[in-house]
Ligand binder design. Structure first.
Ligand code: FAD
Length: 468
């Protein structure tokens, strides 16, 4: 696989707005956030319902890390939805929003937060589209109280493989609804999304941070604060071993009451961009250790409290727009798994021991307490501890992922598809008891497996040439 430069915004191809004739044009490199790229035909659809050809995959802002939004073959057509971003209806009394699938969370935040409405579930970046949020069934810091995004979706307009355009709800075509929520684009194209936004008392967030010295205390504190706080997560220095293994910062918060919040609206933050690709030697144990030490020490005193804007609380990584370039041209993967509660703290400790011993982890390692499993047939979260860690791609990355997967399967956990590029078909099947139910729904709605991606070729053995 090649890597490409995601720092620049791609130029819409002339094939936009309906005419999807790509047979004359050579394929271009299409990349995920981890910078792994594959050849295919990316076209920009302004009017998703009137596309003249039958595309094989839709994609939004390409923030999935691995091969979820990458073409199944060089001849495959991938529709980029980001030009289809109209708000179709909005009710300021009820907070019900209907919009085209390419509307970004970035725009939603700017449109609706001033009126005190916010997405019911937010991932750790606002550079995602509504279609991507549904297809990955994203979860956020409030998973333990709000579940995943799909739970708040009232309806979707979808185009399915036989060409029909359907209004799909939790009751109407329910099997399609729950296979699409978390179904990574394999059940059809999401054209529109209707979602219930959340009323917030102010546009500010009351944030607490606590410095914690070891893994057991960190996992325990996450569980404790989750009982009373709706938004929780933690950052871990995953380079530390021994008694300091798992030292980190626990973050928790809630939307601030109007009486506690500043009278002004929080300023939207400017962004800086990483102008160049980091050289391969830039990420080494010394630089990463220094970075982690800096983050850990910045949280002295041990317990801090502040009223912060939502971008500070939800999207710290968005501040450096193209931070994925820090991993250089070879790119990176994010390994994210959930270790079920019933496997106990010991399983989390074993996972972290394996991770630190592999020497593969870098500076981003996030742990979160998940609530119960939702209804999306391939949705990631289940009751337990989610661990996400960035791993620079090297010759042994597939072997490292295989070792981590072995442990995750043994303890009854699973990985998050939207972050993955290395899990094998056998490992995925072993960790996913709901897979047959998903494949049955896919068989009903797309028997020829027209909607496919590089990920479905890898995990389900889809015929890459069938997805044209
Ligand atoms: C910094 C960062 C932080 C993140 N934090 C979180 C987090 O906290 N929680 C979390 O859950 N995720 C998180 N993510 C992952 C991200 O939320 C998901 O990958 C999301 O799907 C990306 O949206 P997108 O619009 O970029 O979709 P893409 O990456 O373009 O596509 C993702 C998947 O959605 C499918 N898809 C997209 N649009 C459509 C459509 N219209 N119809 C059918 N299928 C479609 C694609 O085929 C693909 O399978 C994070 C990602 C980054 C980069």
């Amino acid at each position: 696989m090649a890597t490409t430069d995601l720092a620049t915004t791609p130029t819409p191809s002339p094939a936009a707005s309906g005419s999807l004739s790509t047979t004359d044009t050579p394929p271009t490199q299409i990349a995920g956030w981890g910078r792994i790229a594959l050849p295919g035909h990316e076209v920009f659809g302004e009017d998703l319902e009137r596309l003249s050809a039958r595309p094989t995959l839709f994609r939004g802002l390409g923030r999935s890390y691995g091969d979820s939004s990458l073409p199944a073959s060089p001849s495959a057509t991938v529709v980029n939805t980001t030009l289809a971003d109209r708000v179709l209806s909005w009710n300021p009394e009820t907070g019900m929003l209907r919009a085209e699938a390419g509307l970004s969370l970035y725009t939603m935040n700017r449109l609706f937060l001033p009126a005190r409405w916010f997405t019911p579930v937010s991932p750790g970046t606002q550079f995602v589209t509504l279609g991507g949020m549904v297809a990955s069934d994203v979860h956020g810091k409030n998973h333990h109280v709000a579940g995943c995004f799909g739970q708040h979706v009232r309806a979707m307009r979808m185009r399915v493989a036989d060409g029909r355009v359907l209004e799909v709800t939790q009751r109407q075509y329910a099997d399609l609804f729950w296979a699409t929520v978390g179904g990574m684009g394999w059940t059809g194209a999401i054209l529109e999304v209707e979602v219930q936004l959340q009323r917030v008392p102010s546009p500010w967030i009351t944030q607490h941070t606590e410095q914690v010295g070891d893994l057991e205390t960190l996992v325990g504190r996450l569980k404790e604060v989750s009982r009373t706080w709706p938004m929780t997560m933690s950052w871990i220095d995953c380079l530390k071993r021994g008694k300091n293994m798992g030292r980190g910062i626990v973050f928790y918060g809630r939307w601030a009451d109007a009486k506690d919040a500043p009278a002004t609206f929080p300023a939207w933050r400017g962004e800086v961009a990483l102008p160049v690709d980091a050289p391969s030697w830039a990420l080494n144990p010394l630089t990463m250790g220094a970075f982690n030490f800096g983050v850990y020490r910045s949280h002295i005193p041990r317990h801090k409290h502040a009223i912060v804007g939502p971008e500070t609380f939800y999207y710290p990584l968005d501040y450096v727009r193209s931070w994925n370039r820090a991993y250089g041209l070879s790119g990176f993967t994010q390994y994210q798994c959930v270790i079920p509660d019933d496997a106990g703290l010991r399983a989390v400790v074993r996972f972290m021991e394996l991770l630190t011993a592999s020497g593969a982890a870098s500076f981003l390692c996030v742990m979160k307490d998940c609530g119960p499993e939702g209804e999306g047939l391939l949705s990631f979260p289940k009751a337990g501890t989610s661990i996400a860690v960035d791993i620079p791609v090297k010759a042994d990355t597939a072997a490292v992922v295989a070792r981590l997967n072995k442990l995750v399967i043994e303890v009854g956990g699973r990985i998050y598809l939207t972050k993955d590029s290395f899990t094998t078909a056998d490992d995925f099947r072993a960790m996913e008891p709901r897979l047959d139910a998903f494949l049955e729904a896919r068989q009903t709605w797309d028997p020829e497996r027209r909607f496919a991606s590089a990920q479905s070729v890898r995990l389900f053995g889809d015929d890459p040439t069938g997805a044209r």
